[in-house]
Write a protein that binds this ligand. Structure first.
Ligand code: 6YU
Length: 503
């Protein structure tokens, strides 16, 4: 008879949890999930803050509608509020930019004219939409989204702001702010790093983005609690994965395993199959020592070419709000900036200018008076090196400048994410960088060994947000990738074990 197949899953984010959920459901093997951190969830990470919660990682369900598996699972578990369940909510087509009531402050300490701001934003949205039209085009005009958008802005400069100098300057400043927002969305330092040709391959689903009233972490926690006892081992960082080997359990010569997973604490797990869900940022840094033998060159090149940048959040709690109750978004424009000029590289002096603004956490009865700021790129990584008090005092200074109120009280408390320094993540999420394409995502996702006739197939499988060609950088992309690899194994398990039975 055949012995039970052993599967090890590395990483307990939504990809890893999703994979284990699917594998355990079939009862066809023994499954272990190894997680380096002291908690499951990975880049889904809710923490207590002020009188409520703070999402350090994933914030929204992007496109909460029936085609989104995170939305479906969260609905099934009863984790969403009544708003998200409404039919109208699920059908709204917003292309990833929900139209929240907002106010825009300029660096001269005044509120900017909503008309001027929306004029520039509409132009930017048009340009960005046209940047998605190069999918399948043989020769895109320029390599990156940033260069494309700038070229289009340059063409329109004479007409900007009705041709009046001051109005034109303001239009350019708002466009510069739009580019920074796009850096947060793409998780990159600059849109000049994001490839133009494959930009349209990312799919946004319909539905008005929604949050989890009980925290995003309620989703991984629910998945976790349904798994058989002992499946998940926390504080179990994996150091190396040896594959193409022949490993035997001590005192058991009957079976040998192709894969051996060694943990940082010296524990080792033998397996037939390993699903690797560690973030692309971790792979970029460690793939060389992490896999023995090393990954094939094709895979290494895909890991190197694909982009993985930083987007962080800064939560500020205030005694009293300085914004109006209906405002949900506070955006920031540095009025002397232009997308047509080189951005400053003096991080120490100017890092805070990369901050795009703040989301107001709603409702205040639950969260307190809390703003959530977003900042991407190298400036964000520089912010991670500063102390809490340095960040807090810089934020206070910025808000005083923007509101023109030099007496604005400092925030009562502050909490920020530090995804670039996180040793098991090394950034926030993936993007398709200049020099790479969607094919690299598929190469990254391909199981090993490559030879489909290998007698020991599917030793290494790859899941995680960066392996999903159309939903990369999202929780639903991560979950689907985990399901995909579990299904791949389940299909293998359904076919007769011809080679093993003969042993
Ligand atoms: C979404 C959102 N959102 C903001 C911020 C971040 C992300 N995302 P995991 O990392 O979860 O799991 C891997 C595990 O492996 C982890 O637990 C490690 O500890 C462990 N591990 C590593 N090494 C190990 C080792 N050696 N041994 C053992 N274990 C090890 N997604 O849907 N909505 O609002 C946001 C946001 C600040 C950081 C997000 C959002 C991304 C998701 O969080 C992320 O994709 C998944 O959680 C990843 O799950 P996973 O399992 O793959 O890895 C055109 C075009 C544009 C394209 N982009 C547009 C979309 C915009 C994306 N927006 C995101 C925005 C926010 C605000």
């Amino acid at each position: 008879g055949h012995s039970v197949r052993r599967v090890v899953v590395v990483g307990a984010g939504l990809a890893g949890l999703g994979a284990v959920q699917r594998l355990c459901g079939t009862g066809s093997g023994s499954v272990r999930l190894l997680e380096a951190a002291a908690r499951a969830g990975g880049r889904v990470c809710t923490r207590p803050f002020a009188s409520g919660l703070a999402e350090m990682g994933a914030h929204w369900i992007h496109g909460p509608s029936p085609g989104n598996p995170v939305f479906c699972l969260a609905t099934h578990y009863g984790l969403l509020g009544p708003e998200a369940a409404r039919e109208e909510n699920q059908q709204a087509e917003v292309g990833g930019h929900p139209p929240l009531p907002s106010i825009t402050y300029g660096s001269s300490g005044r509120v900017l004219s909503p008309q001027a701001v929306s004029e520039a934003r509409d132009l930017f949205d048009t340009l960005l939409a046209s940047a998605r039209d190069f999918l399948g085009v043989e020769e895109p005009p320029v390599p990156s989204v940033g260069e494309y958008v700038r070229a289009e802005i340059t063409r329109r400069v004479p007409a900007l702001g009705g041709g009046k100098e001051d109005a034109r300057r303001l239009q350019l400043a708002v466009l510069a702010a739009c580019l920074k927002l796009e850096c947060c969305i793409s998780g990159t330092h600059s849109m000049d790093l994001v490839a133009l040709q494959p930009f349209g391959e990312y799919i946004s689903l319909p539905g008005l983005d929604c949050t989890f009233p009980g925290g995003y972490s309620s989703l991984p926690e629910r998945i976790l609690s349904a798994l058989p006892e002992g499946t998940v081992l926390l504080n179990k960082g994996v150091r190396t994965i040896q594959w193409q080997g022949s490993f035997r359990e001590e005192g058991d010569n009957a079976r040998d395993f192709p894969v051996r997973v060694e943990c940082e604490d010296g524990d080792a797990f033998l397996a037939d199959h390993v699903i690797v869900t560690v973030p692309l940022g971790f792979l970029k840094e460690h793939h060389q020592d992490f896999f023995q033998p090393p990954l094939p060159e094709r895979k290494v090149e895909a890991i190197r070419r694909l982009g993985f940048g930083t987007n962080n959040k800064i939560f500020l709690e205030f005694e009293q709000p300085f914004w109006e109750p209906q405002q949900q978004l506070i955006t920031v424009v540095w009025e002397d900036e232009s997308p047509l000029e080189k951005p400053s590289t003096d991080l120490e002096a100017n890092w805070f200018k990369k901050l795009i603004g703040f989301v107001v956490l709603q409702p205040p009865e639950q969260y307190g008076h809390v703003l959530c700021g977003f900042i991407a790129g190298k400036e964000s990584e520089y912010m991670e090196t500063l102390s809490d008090s340095e960040v807090l005092s810089t934020m206070t200074h910025v808000l005083r400048t923007l509101t023109g109120n030099l007496l604005l009280p400092a925030p009562r408390s502050m909490l920020r994410s530090r995804w670039h320094s996180a040793p098991y993540t090394r950034g926030s999420y993936s993007y398709v960088a200049v020099g790479s394409s969607g094919d690299d995502i598929d190469i990254l996702a391909q199981p090993l060994p490559e030879d489909p006739k290998d007698p020991r197939p599917l030793q290494l499988l790859f899941a995680g947000e960066a392996t999903h060609r159309t939903f990369y950088s999202t929780t639903h992309g991560a979950l689907l990738s985990g399901w995909r690899e579990a299904e791949r194994l389940n299909q293998l398990f359904e076919t007769p074990l011809s080679s093993e039975v003969q042993k």
